[in-house]
Design a protein around this ligand. Structure first.
Ligand SMILES: CC(C)(COP(=O)(O)OP(=O)(O)OC[C@H]1O[C@@H](n2cnc3c(N)ncnc32)[C@H](O)[C@@H]1OP(=O)(O)O)[C@@H](O)C(=O)NCCC(=O)NCCS
Length: 250
């Protein structure tokens, strides 16, 4: 159980609302008391119950239920509807979007989890992608870098002192993944052509998208530090979004 997660983000103000250019990013723990798991479970749709039932271990099943139940609870608050009333459609790579009681363009969202932490980005502005990872040592980091990172990124990563490599690796990973999730593609084949900044002391930004620096400038990229030991990224095809990061207050 990850009951000792140290989430850095503050609680939201009581009167929070979503402004037209705002992106809200929420964080909470996936390991929740059993009464809450059960309450979340009651809000899930039949297909989500089938998915939950496929997990072999209780902890994984409960984490899935909490992720989905929490997503429904928060989206229900934005839309003023009961969590169980929400219906989702899925893109051809599995990206969920709201299909009822409003259309997919009314509210965009993207969820990401790693170990016991889950984050959710919500906005009215445009499609959005979020990723989060627990920073850890990766045994096959070089092979992954060769497959998903550009030659320049792999060389830059290798040249770093060992103590900075994990952070730089996960900067690359989460920033590319956030782009992938914003587009809803879910295929990692061309990620070496999504070039991002990644040095731990540099601001997050897209450098070139498929060789094009101008297209890269039409996107925003943000580094997220939701909790001790975790880093993440948010990507969206818009500029001047106002980002608000909050810890779920329950
Ligand atoms: C979904 C995907 C994009 C990422 O999966 P992941 O890292 O395992 O999971 P995350 O925690 O980031 O996100 C999962 C959530 O994203 C959403 N999601 C699912 N498919 C998605 C897609 N194609 N695009 C955007 N969001 C998606 C769902 O809400 C999902 O939650 P659920 O598992 O509770 O249903 C997956 O298709 C994938 O495996 N991508 C390639 C991974 C890779 O090789 N990356 C290399 C990075 S350098």
């Amino acid at each position: 159980m990850t009951l000792d997660l140290e989430i850095f983000w503050p609680f939201p103000p009581v009167d929070w609302r979503l402004g037209p250019r705002e992106v809200h990013i929420w964080a909470t723990a996936l390991d929740q008391p059993s009464a809450r798991v059960s309450a979340f479970s009651d809000t899930l749709s039949p297909d989500e119950h089938i998915r939950a039932g496929r997990f072999h271990f209780d902890r994984d099943r409960n984490r899935f239920i909490v992720g989905r139940g929490w997503l429904r609870a928060l989206l229900g608050q934005y839309l003023g509807c009961a969590p169980a009333q929400l219906r989702f459609d899925y893109g051809n790579r599995g990206k969920p979007a709201i299909s009822s009681p409003v259309g997919p363009e009314s509210l965009h969202f993207n969820l990401a989890h790693s170990d016991g932490l889950v984050i959710l980005a919500v906005t009215r502005l445009c499609s959005v992608g979020a990723d989060v990872e627990q920073v850890r040592r990766i045994d096959d980091a070089e092979a992954i870098a060769e497959r998903f990172f550009s030659a320049q990124e792999s060389a830059g990563l290798k040249a770093l002192p060992a103590c900075r490599q994990s952070m730089a690796f996960f900067n690359l990973w989460t920033r590319k993944e956030a782009w992938l999730k914003a587009t809803g593609k879910g295929i990692a084949d061309s990620l070496d052509r999504v070039e991002v900044s990644f040095l731990p002391d540099q601001p997050a930004r897209f450098l070139r998208l498929f060789g094009n620096p101008n297209t890269a400038q039409e996107w925003s990229l943000l580094e997220l530090a939701p909790a001790l030991g975790f880093i993440g990224a948010l990507a969206l095809p818009a500029l001047d979004a106002q980002i608000r990061c909050w810890r779920w207050p329950h």
